[in-house]
Design a protein around this ligand. Sequence first.
Ligand code: PEP
Ligand code: MG
Length: 544
Amino acid sequence: MDGRQNTETRFQGLAVSPGSAAGRVCLFRQAVHEDIPEYRVSGEAKEQERERLRDAMTKVAERLESLKQTVRDRLGPAEAEIFSVQRMILEDPALADQFMAAIDEGRNAEIAVQRTLETYERRLLELESAYHSERAGDIGELKRRLLGELCETTSAFICASEPYCQRGRHRVVVTEELTPALALELDAEDVLGLVTDRGGVTSHAAILARALGIPAVSGIPHVHDLVACGTEVLVNGDTGEVVIWPSAATVERFQAKAPAVPRGPVPPVEALAVMANISLAEEADIARRHLAEGVGLYRTEMEFFAAARLLDEDEQADRYRHVLRAMDGLPATFRLLDLGGDKPSPLFDFPDEENPSLGLRGLRYLLTRPHLLATQARALARASQDGPVRVMYPMVTSLAQFRRARALFDEATAGMAAGRIEHGPMFEVPSAVLEAPALLAEADFASIGSNDLLQYLFVVDRNNEHVADDYCPDQPVFWQVLRDLVRAAAEAGRPLAICGEMAADPQYLGRLIDIGIETVSVSVRLIPGVRRAVGNSNQGRDTS
Ligand code: PEP
Ligand code: MG
């Protein structure tokens, strides 16, 4: 304590990574390159500037590659792809052309970098979408890296109280924005918690925090100006609450509620099968290490985003085989490409739409691009010789639509040598829920995509922090819908899982089990916490 009168102060932010932490603040400020040299260059000096810039770009590319390797080893392939995005931007020839054009106009390398990238950043931020602000974040980080190289600044971050600095270890890190680079610099595995001014639930930083199992809260404006290093703080990554200078009574209540989050594998529990949600094939190996009882959702579109290009039939089949071999006969659920809406991608052709969430997306999009579905179907059929395949159809809106897509799948794979292939819809759209008995009668299995189901049932954007309070599964109507689905699946005798984020939320697990859910599918690293929570929980059960 510093002798000041410190009164307990509460803030409500956005819960971006579950769990809770109590500790002292480690305040980090991003190094702002305020004293960027600015001078005019002409004649031969221009070539020297170009050389300096090329050199900096090479070093940054190497650094990004080594960060990618580190993250791949420590966290997994999906998280490592964050650095591929920055590298792709860096290696875009159009960007180098613009840098060089600025030097041709007589600017020095630092100013060429700063002006060019800030223009991009500004344009992206003007688009005011979560997706574009994340890309702006990538560009901002790339700019800092390049300026760091050019200005020879060793670290992109400065701790606000160097002499006592623990670089986040055993501390709650408070910063304006958690960038992936900061997460790594902090030796993040020993960070207790994170609190940031900015960053949405789907930001890269939030994904990293969740992957590392670090409780995190964002969206508390100016928090980094409000606290000093050493401030006592409580962070609740489940509710978004942050308390600074908590009273003894608050600490006691907080500790009584906070369960320890297990990091290593926890053996399967009887009450609930826990499968894995994966984005890249290699994650199936990590899922196996966590004793996942199958893959309940493989978001296959992520492979295309990660590779930053379309994957042909052979490349897809290789990835799918990898998952099947890792699962060794356990269920493996491959979701057909789920594109559009909040997953736009320049790799695929989309029309300009006023409202992409209600536009060409999911299965509706695939039916307009049958060649995509056919290629994926053939890749899956080939892979199925290595193990049983479950094909999951995203954003199904009706039985007729499910039938059309299945017919295309069968047509594309007719006559191929294949193993066992099952087909099932995702329940993410209210109209499909209303048709559940008919859909389940024709399907082999199904899964509830609660993230989108909640969004479309209550007309509430899952990515919009302004309506985050309304985006809540704890509503009687929602549970009624879940019960109806469980009953329909039981009557049809079909396995039903739930694979949205709520399936990993300890506050809902007991209730899910009580309404008859027997299988959940959750992010790989949340598997131990889910099993531990199920093992511990006998309370809050829904017996209605
Ligand atoms: C869902 O909607 O619940 C789901 C699991 O799919 P995604 O989050 O990929 O939209
Ligand atoms: Mg969905």
